[in-house]
Design a protein around this ligand. Structure first.
Ligand code: RB5
Length: 143
């Protein structure tokens, strides 16, 4: 399975650990940047990842910025993207179980690398519950 990865400068410090972690889970990782610790604008990497997912070139995505909010707000501009912000194991489970997030967003400045790995694993291993949660997801898109 192919998974996309993107981060801004705030996530660059942990970029290669996270990509390596995803690789260790058996994913082929497509890297959308950023490629240095230089200050950059998160939409420049979030939008290409979202487009790749909607075109079927990747099946899932992981995005990292300082708070997670810039990435989540940018990604969720794309109809069909459900980018969920999570910062611990419990929310990692629920963002899949309840929201079926196809992109997990984590906040580099508010969680340790270990917690970020745990959050990613929880999201990857959880299963979407469907039922009433599918009904709610079906009501999200407005255009
Ligand atoms: C970068 O300083 C920071 O604004 C960004 O990483 C993110 O937290 C924005 O939402």
């Amino acid at each position: 399975m192919r998974i996309g990865f993107c981060c801004d400068h705030a996530g660059f410090d942990i970029k290669f650990e996270v990509i390596g972690h995803l690789g260790s889970k058996g994913f082929e990782v497509e890297d959308f940047g950023t490629d240095s610790a230089a200050s950059m604008d998160y939409p420049d990497v979030a939008h290409p990842l979202a487009e790749a997912l909607l075109e079927g070139r990747i099946e899932l995505g992981v995005a990292i910025c300082g708070t997670g909010n810039g990435m989540a707000i940018s990604l969720n501009k794309h109809k069909g993207i459900r980018a969920g912000l999570a910062w611990n194991r419990e929310i990692g489970v629920l963002v899949k179980k309840h929201n079926n997030a196809n992109v997990l967003v984590v906040p580099a400045r508010f969680a340790s690398l270990e917690t970020i790995r745990e959050t990613i694993d929880a999201w990857l291993e959880a299963e979407f519950a469907g039922g009433r949660h599918q009904r709610r997801i079906d009501k999200i898109d407005i255009v």
